[in-house]
Write a protein that binds this ligand. Sequence first.
Ligand SMILES: NC(=O)c1ccc[n+]([C@@H]2O[C@H](COP(=O)([O-])OP(=O)(O)OC[C@H]3O[C@@H](n4cnc5c(N)ncnc54)[C@H](OP(=O)(O)O)[C@@H]3O)[C@@H](O)[C@H]2O)c1
Length: 365
Amino acid sequence: MNVIKKVRGVVSFAYTCQADKQFSDKFWSRHHIASNGYYSVRQYRAATCTELGKPLQITEKKSNELKPGQIRVKIHAAAVNFADVLINNGLYQVKHKPPFTSGLEFAGVVIETGKDTKTKVGTRVVGMEFMTGHAEETCVRENVVYQIPDDMDFATAASGITSSYATAVGALESKARIQPGEKLLVTAAGGALGLAAIDLAKNVYGAEVIAAAGGSDKCNFLEQKGFKTIDYSKESIKEAVKKAYPKGMDVALDSNGGDHFMECFKSMAVDGRLLSLGFSTGKFPSVPVNHMLVKNITVTGFYWGIYHKYDVSYERWTINEAFRYFTDGKINPHIGATFSLDKINDAFAYIMKRKSIGKVVIEIQ
Ligand SMILES: NC(=O)c1ccc[n+]([C@@H]2O[C@H](COP(=O)([O-])OP(=O)(O)OC[C@H]3O[C@@H](n4cnc5c(N)ncnc54)[C@H](OP(=O)(O)O)[C@@H]3O)[C@@H](O)[C@H]2O)c1
């Protein structure tokens, strides 16, 4: 490889290419002809967290050599998740030490495969892995990616199939065991996870949904989609539920924590199931166990990401279910805003200011 780096001109290299196509593919996936005419290791741009809590920097990184089991993906689109905001501020349950590439959900094309892999070059994939997505390329273990259905574009693939929809499938289908006709309350219903959950609940599981969100923009959007809403910037969730459903909710998903979680708790019907999925308000509520007892309420946590480590078959099942519902035309992932990689800090600010509806996507290629 070093010898080739020093060779100027294409002729000798072209000969090598024809002699060994595999070597050629591998070589070109990491190299290019620089402006001085020499072959050099290709660089790619990445949004890098250099200091927790500070804006991301766009930096140039060298394409790494693949390790066995890894593939190289040219990223076309990536999501900005609330988890990315937390990670880059050092507030997520999994901590990373800067400098690191921001992003964990991406969609793109496999451009090189390492030893001991089965994926073919050219496969369109979506993947979830810490420290990967907000960049022009990434090297990841083959088992973190999933082939994208032919009818799905890259932006849609990155818009939450492997995070928001897969989480909502797990939460509603296997954890809450939601049944047709049951009444479901979802907080942050205009966010990526919330919108995925209510889309599935209404269009796949046949539940009766009440969508709670903060502000008229989100509530108007949700009403246009046919949902009953609670605007919790103006009214109490508990009082609104009491009016609409005096017996209370069968299932509730809360990802806000704090007072919103407690209001959901107080809105549960006898035998209700309340799932805690996150704490976007930054506040961790405490559950009064005596109240759980008198109404036979089940309160449970649900962290989809844990299955990547402890039960990958479960993770696969949730993602494949989400793909199947998409291909069957039952679900409709919503991209509320797109940004370029250069504007990634604006995308983060957009989420932190609670402006986003559905998924925020970074278009990279
Ligand atoms: N358990 C899991 O496996 C899992 C998986 C994915 C996500 N999550 C969690 O679910 C939550 C939503 O994630 P997401 O990716 O859907 O995020 P998102 O699209 O950015 O939505 C976040 C929502 O949180 C609400 N929110 C409440 N307080 C907020 C605050 N102080 N700052 C910003 N937003 C606030 C906003 O809705 P309003 O303005 O309408 O209140 C917003 O729509 C996060 O807490 C995330 O960590 C959990």
